[in-house]
Write a protein that binds this ligand. Structure first.
Ligand code: AMP
Ligand code: ZN
Length: 137
């Protein structure tokens, strides 16, 4: 399924040009136009899924295999020191384009990309409460 108003549907299916690092029947990997670091790329399915929760299992299974293969090539080619996989779902989580995509972000020593968080605090009681809530779903 495609969404006529979705920019990533158009990019993934080649209607809008992009710098494509990889393409197959199901996915396209493009360079992000507002990169966090040099080589920041997006793995985009050609089918329209709004987010992780809508992504079909078959596509979901393929996502990590593609990320492993292409991420590994990118890391070597760009001589990166590491790589973050990031995937945002919902505005609260920073999603701005509502067509599932996985960020592949090469990391370099001292790149100051500011992607990681400061560890917060929890309690054993709250951890148990969280477990209870999730188990009950
Ligand atoms: P997110 O905030 O997770 O939804 O990520 C959306 C990403 O898409 C951002 O990193 C944008 O820089 C990127 N982006 C938006 N439009 C384009 C485009 N036309 N081509 C390439 N990247 C884009
Ligand atoms: Zn779409």
């Amino acid at each position: 399924m495609r969404d006529e108003n979705c920019i990533f549907c158009k990019i993934a299916n080649g209607e809008i040009p992009s710098t494509t690092l990889y393409e197959d029947e199901d996915f396209r990997v493009i360079l992000d136009l507002g990169p966090a670091t040099r080589g920041h790329a997006l793995l985009i399915p050609k089918e329209h899924f709004k987010d992780l929760f809508e992504l079909e299992d078959e596509a979901a299974e393929k996502v990590l295999v593609r990320a492993k293969r292409i991420g590994s090539r990118m890391k070597k080619a760009l001589r990166a020191d590491g790589l973050n996989l990031i995937q945002n779902n919902g505005e609260a989580a920073g999603q701005t384009v509502f067509h599932f995509h996985l960020h592949l972000i090469p990391r370099y020593e001292n790149d100051h990309a500011g992607i990681l968080w400061k560890p917060g605090k929890t309690t054993p009681e709250d951890m148990q409460e969280i477990k209870r809530l999730v188990d009950s779903q």
